[in-house]
Design a protein around this ligand. Structure first.
Ligand SMILES: [Cu+2]
Length: 140
């Protein structure tokens, strides 16, 4: 191997290592709990998918900023997606909802507000109807 090639290879390996060490570090605030802790949820919210409908808890979803919420999503037929969106349409998080299992995700909301729920997995011709505006209310 040419020495210049070898040096370039070391530079690439160095860039790879530094990038991964920084982005996976517990010094990054949002990585601290996502990767480096195993929080006990303060509440669990069950969401059921089936026949192109999203069934939220009848009492609504009320969450406080900073608490850990476990979303438990199930589907009675095909694969859907549980997507949570801010009012401006930007996505907060999403997970696939697979049949035959409880699909779990723990989340901590950083900002108070009203959040929408959409299906984020194309599930069939009525997929675009799977939209629940104002589904989650997050308070301080
Ligand atoms: Cu869908």
């Amino acid at each position: 191997m040419d020495p210049r090639e070898r040096n370039w290879l070391f530079v690439l390996i160095g860039v790879f290592l530094v990038f991964n060490i920084i982005t996976l570090s517990p010094l990054i605030p949002w990585q601290r709990w996502l990767f480096w802790s195993d929080p006990v949820p303060d509440q669990a919210v069950r969401i059921e998918f089936g026949d192109y409908e999203i069934q939220l808890p009848a009492e609504g979803i009320e969450v406080q900023v900073g608490e850990y919420v476990e979303f438990v999503a199930t589907t009675s037929d095909v694969t859907y997606g549980l997507g949570v969106f801010r009012e401006d349409g930007t996505m907060v998080f999403q997970e696939q909802v697979l049949p035959g299992r409880e699909n779990r995700i723990v989340w901590k909301f950083d900002e108070a507000g009203i959040y929408d729920v959409r299906s984020t997995e194309y599930s069939g011709p009525r997929h675009s109807e799977m939209y629940v505006p104002g589904a989650i209310r997050v308070t301080q």
